[in-house]
Design a protein around this ligand. Sequence first.
Ligand SMILES: C[S@@+](CC[C@H](N)C(=O)[O-])C[C@H]1O[C@@H](n2cnc3c(N)ncnc32)[C@H](O)[C@@H]1O
Length: 323
Amino acid sequence: MDSPCGSPNSDRQDGGEFQFTFESLITSSTRSILESLGVEGSCSVSLTESVFDFPQEFGRTFHAYKAGLYLFPNDDIEQDRLAIQTEAIERLCSGKVHFAPFSDKNPPRNVLDLATGTGDWAIQIGEMFPSTKVIATDLSPIQPTLVPPNVHFYIEDSSERWIYSERFDYIHTRGTAGCWQSFEKDIAAQAFEWLYPGGYFESVELDNYTGLLCSGSPPALKDIYRRVGFEDVHELILPMPMNGWPDDPMLKRIGGLWERNFLSGLSGMTLSIFTRVFELSPEDVEACMAPAVALINVRRELSDLNVHAYMNLRIVWGRKPVA
Ligand SMILES: C[S@@+](CC[C@H](N)C(=O)[O-])C[C@H]1O[C@@H](n2cnc3c(N)ncnc32)[C@H](O)[C@@H]1O
């Protein structure tokens, strides 16, 4: 994709409404209708087609727009994994969907959810605040087509310069490990710029997992928020058990979900990194590497109830100063 022609950003440069072509509501049947109307030759339609043309590797599919930028697959297995991850995070957060101080009486006018994945959070927020316009973006068009009318999905690389037609009251990230080269420059600084004064930025991210993949990210999240200018910065740290080792029944259930999330995500992520970076074969990655990192052993240890491991889920939110 070497031309920004028809990209969501270029479509918005005139400050008008978003172009319909990037909505996930464009199903293959809609595309056939567009084609029958003779619009298949348009620049934006061909771009829409190409974002569905998922590259395949190891029997998995990956995002087509900016192919290779993000290492996890985007197929059904990955979408099921994201559903498990969401359930574990939501249970750990006691069902709380947002931490920034919005409410029925004080809903955000508009929300931006970056790297939305299957769009679960965006849809929940759209249902919770029906008068709020929710924009959610991702490299992959893997969001459902039946969504509340106030929720809109677009294909976008959020590490590029953002160009929107209006600012936001609330910008959100969750589980964006491995998505950004620099969380501070690419995301936090742009969120600061694109929020209305008094608007909130919020991140729900995992420690160390992200630290490994993307240095300078969530472990320093609170500092990053302050550095780019946010005030009234809050941080909540919740330990996520790696498997069902806790005695507490609720944490045991959450740990069991996290173990499933990890077991499911392990090969998709590891194969991409180890085959590309170390030029290993998938078989080597599975069994023949150094014992500590061979997946066969990692899986065994992940499920070992004698290992009482956890990782921190870090929730940070802060306000853009009013003046
Ligand atoms: C682990 S998923 C998290 C999804 C979602 N936020 C959630 O909580 O379920 C990460 C998502 O980030 C997207 N992504 C990765 N790099 C991105 C980028 N540079 N711009 C936009 N989306 C990106 C991926 O396509 C993937 O869907």
